[in-house]
Design a protein around this ligand. Structure first.
Ligand code: ZN
Length: 594
């Protein structure tokens, strides 16, 4: 029994019996924390059950789990991550990490000692409203009401009848739809609402209800996850091994049935300095989200190419009226999914540590309001994982220095995403033809922490000046997902994979050499993207005036986009002024190829 599991040793007392002998009604009571709760039923067992339910109902009408726990006499708070059974790594989930966990999990049947034991990773999957409701109201029957859409964009509606009322839930899979129906019952009948732990709520970019943002986040995750499974033979391929999975989804006018996966990538490592290419043939940075963005750039080139033929109707771009260049047609949006928080500033926090909001609530204040580590630009280290803060003095990386064994430094993913939120995700070369494209959302599969992600990906640049249209400081939707990803055990592989719309299979690259399995340049290396640029340059209308002479190098092609370059320096100056350190650039020789 539920109550007994939470408070073992409670005494139920038979306080009376009424009704005729052939149909007796038993009355039981139980005292919890000095309050008496009564229940009646045709058997002693059912009367006891009712009394327990009444007691439970009264506890769980607290706004948050810690209040309920204090009421239960259990001094375990939601803020105390070390004592929490939910995986602190997962951080966020609307159906987890709240009262539901503790009240529902049969594993929590013993007192505090048991709660403090580390729990298996996959346990979070089992803690949901469905289990909670099942323990309170066993034997409920869930019905599939409808099933709509095609494979990737299915919508299931499940219903459950409680006390004569149908409660419904809808989602892209039956399990989630069922959980949402159960949640509807918990809200309506038991006054238990899904709640977010402070710091883990989505940060919206529009006025839509929270549920809509979560649905979008789950939709993005579902598409990327399914595509990756499909590409790796449902986990049977050796290339399904990964630490971080990322991908970009394009949505059209919010119509989920039209959503398309643009890229799916994995990877967590950077090139070994001695393999750097001065021909643009090696991938320096094989972190999953960085590769996904490269795939997107290749996709954007392919969409521009449609304007060379007579296929502009099929392109996501339209030409400016009376001007050079192109812009996205209305309704197209891009969403980045990363299975965990991007390395660097967004990941420099302890999920075990209270954030300022929680501290303030307890009257403690942030112990480290001006922590030096907050907001710092950080670099990935050569061949390894993780990041280190940039030095306060400028770092000039030189080609010969790196060749001689100086550690090659690459800006962290948090810093690169920050850059995309001011300069756009398209980069300098594409800016010859198109206006900046910004991410509409960033969805994290785990380790989502709203305030840290917010600071990392755009708040660090709030003071930026001289930003002129079409550029602006982009503030995408930031969100976790409902079914948080568990951490990927094992060592990080030395390969990364990429797939993009329009290509058949996965390309596998060696993260140490930055080349593909066969030692050839990747389809998304600088040189490959530059080839696409050269195919379009001079043939498509452009925003940047054409040069009179042939473009000598890749570097010059980038520097021709003056507005972009100017804003890039403005960004770096803003970060430096704010005390976040100096952006570290790659050796100049990298970009001198033709
Ligand atoms: Zn990274």
């Amino acid at each position: 029994m539920q109550l007994n599991e939470l408070r073992p040793g409670l005494e139920f007392v038979l306080c009376g019996q009424t009704g005729p002998v052939h149909a007796p009604v038993f009355h039981m009571s139980v005292e919890v924390n000095g309050k008496e709760f009564k229940g009646s039923g045709s058997t002693k067992k059912s009367a006891k059950s009712k009394a327990a339910e009444m007691a439970l109902k009264s506890f769980i009408q607290f706004p948050n789990s810690s209040d309920a726990y204090f009421a239960m006499g259990k001094f375990v708070t939601a803020d105390d991550f070390t004592a929490d059974v939910s995986d602190p790594q997962t951080g966020f989930s609307p159906f987890e990490g709240n009262a539901g966990d503790k009240l529902a999990s049969p594993e929590n049947s013993t007192p505090t000692e048991e709660l403090r034991k580390p729990q298996p990773q996959n346990q979070t999957q089992h803690k949901n409203p469905l289990m909670m409701l099942n323990e309170m109201r066993p034997g409920l029957h869930y019905k599939l009401e409808s099933e709509e859409g095609q494979s990737h964009s299915k919508l299931f509606v499940m219903s459950v009848n409680v006390e004569g009322t149908d409660y419904k839930g809808q989602a892209r899979n039956k399990k989630l739809a069922k959980a949402r129906a159960a949640q509807a019952v918990l809200s309506a009948v038991y006054n238990i609402h899904p709640s977010f732990q402070p710091g883990y709520e989505p940060i919206p970019n529009s006025a839509e209800p929270m549920q809509a943002h979560l649905e979008l986040a789950d939709h993005i995750h579902g598409l990327i996850f399914n595509k990756f499974n499909e590409l790796t033979a449902h986990g049977n391929s050796q290339y399904s091994r990964r630490k971080v999975l990322a991908g970009i989804v394009m949505t059209v006018n919010g119509d989920y049935s039209k959503s398309q996966v643009i890229s799916v990538t994995t990877g967590t490592k950077c090139i070994n300095g001695e393999y750097m290419s001065d021909q643009g043939l090696a991938l320096n940075d094989c972190h999953a989200e960085i590769l996904s963005r490269r795939c997107l750039m290749k996709f954007l080139y392919s969409q521009l190419k449609l304007h060379l033929g007579n296929r502009s109707d099929h392109s996501i771009f339209e030409q400016y009226e009376g001007g050079g260049g192109f812009r996205l047609k209305d309704g197209y949006s891009f969403h980045l999914y990363i299975s965990t928080s991007p390395c660097g500033d967004a990941r420099i926090f302890s999920p075990h540590e209270k954030g300022p909001a929680e501290d303030n609530k307890n009257g403690l204040g942030d112990k480290h309001p001006n922590r030096k580590t907050r907001g710092q630009l950080r670099t990935k280290i050569e061949s390894g994982e993780g990041t280190i803060p940039v030095k306060s003095a400028p770092i000039i990386q030189t080609w010969d220095g790196v060749m001689e064994g100086e550690r090659l430094l690459t800006m962290s993913c948090s810093d690169k995403i920050l850059r995309w939120n001011i300069l756009g995700i398209q980069g300098a070369l594409l800016s010859h033809f198109i206006e900046p494209i910004y991410l509409s959302s960033i969805v994290l599969g785990s380790l989502y922490h709203a305030s840290h992600l917010l600071r990392a990906v755009h708040m660090r640049l709030v003071g930026i000046e001289n930003v002129h249209p079409p550029f602006f400081l982009n503030k995408p939707l930031l969100s976790g997902i409902s079914n948080t990803e568990s951490r990927q055990p094992g060592k990080a592989p030395n390969f990364s994979v990429n797939w993009m719309l329009g290509e058949d299979g996965l390309e596998v690259t060696n993260t140490t050499t930055g080349k593909n399995e066969n030692g050839n340049p990747s389809r998304i290396c600088k040189s490959s993207l530059y080839t696409h640029f050269k195919e379009l340059y001079g043939r498509l209308p452009s925003i940047v005036p054409l040069s009179d002479e042939p473009i000598p190098t890749y570097q010059v092609a980038k520097e021709m986009v003056e507005d972009f370059v100017r804003l890039k320096y403005e960004m770096m100056a803003t970060l430096e002024k704010a005390g976040y350190g100096m952006w570290v650039k790659k050796p100049l020789e990298q970009d001198m190829f033709v």
